[in-house]
Design a protein around this ligand. Structure first.
Ligand SMILES: [Zn+2]
Length: 315
């Protein structure tokens, strides 16, 4: 039996992958929702959903192979935004089981014995759309998806891109019931010092560790250098009770708007704010000295960035 994510993190920095949806959007296989709505306003229909797993499985399989070849030790199944309600808004609700199962199957097929497979569980968007009263519905949706991911055979779960700590806590409850190891990462937007329901990175880290996450951290929205202070605050807050995970984006943000999804370049001008792969190599080098156990990429990264990251980790 291959070593678990927990054992691997104890032995050294583990390299992940990402980001699938934006890379596959660039290749023409994922719908960004551009021109139909302002993405992220919460009025959305089908943006950035993972139906590519059943619509164009070869495209997803190929990207998994690229990440594995680049040095990823973990492949994330493309199940981001894969809850029934979100898929339903995109017109794929009836394929919830098929999409989640296919995404895990493809990742496992490519991973073989060479990488672990993580099920990706993201925010539902219902806290943004409906407020904290959505918690009960969110619990049903996340429980259903986590059951599907577990049945499909993921090795562990990555809870990612949650804006509200309250929603993350619902996700952690559902994840704990599965018994699978959990990596939990919040995304900080529009400010770096608090998540959408007002908790500091340190407080998020403590509560995620309390909720059973083996690794806690941040993903998406910022480039590595801007994410680093968040990760340090989280590391200092948990004091070794949990490991630290980081999956930064590859877009250059600003002091005024430190989150790329709030910049005017999102989603159609992102090429103009791409950071260099060198930033990811440097981040890989920093990971060990900063006490980060798991590093990957998020939006804007492709295999070139993950290769650079893996090289940096190895230096
Ligand atoms: Zn992202």
């Amino acid at each position: 039996m291959p070593a678990s994510i927990l054992d691997r993190v104890k032995r050294g920095v583990v390299v992940g992958d990402g980001g699938y949806l934006l890379e596959l959007e660039r290749r023409g296989y994922v719908d960004s929702g551009s021109d139909r709505e302002k993405v992220g306003t919460g009025k959305g229909s089908g943006q950035f959903t993972p139906e590519v797993a059943v619509e164009n499985p070869d495209a997803l399989r190929g990207l998994h192979r690229e990440f594995l070849t680049a040095g990823a030790q973990v492949l994330q199944a493309l199940t981001f935004f894969g809850t029934r309600e979100k898929l339903g808004r995109a017109g794929f609700g009836e394929q919830t089981e098929a999409i989640n199962a296919a995404a895990v199957r493809l990742a496992k097929e490519v991973a073989g014995d060479d990488a672990l497979v993580a099920g990706s569980v993201s925010r539902t968007q219902l806290f943004e759309r409906e407020g904290p009263g959505a918690a009960g519905h969110v619990r049903d949706l996340l429980k259903e998806q986590i059951d599907l991911l577990q049945a499909a055979g993921v090795d562990f779960l990555i809870l990612e891109t949650f804006f509200h700590l309250a929603e993350m806590k619902v996700g952690l409850e559902c994840a704990a019931a599965s018994g699978l190891p959990v990596v939990a990462t919040m995304s900080f937007r529009p400010t770096l010092d608090a998540c959408s329901d007002g908790h500091s990175p340190a407080e998020c880290a403590r509560q995620m560790a309390d909720g059973g996450a083996a690794l806690v951290g941040a993903n998406c929205e910022q480039e590595p250098a801007r994410m680093l202070p968040i990760l340090r605050a989280m590391r200092d807050a948990v004091g070794g009770r949990a490991g630290i995970a980081a999956q930064p984006s590859a877009f250059r943000t600003t002091d005024q708007t430190p989150c790329f999804t709030k910049l005017p370049q999102f989603p159609d001008d992102l090429e103009t704010i791409q950071v260099s792969r060198r930033d990811f190599r440097a981040f890989g080098r920093q990971a060990r000295q900063e006490g980060i156990g798991f590093v990957g990429g998020c939006c804007g990264c492709n295999a070139v960035y993950i290769r650079a990251l893996a090289r940096g980790v190895a230096e």
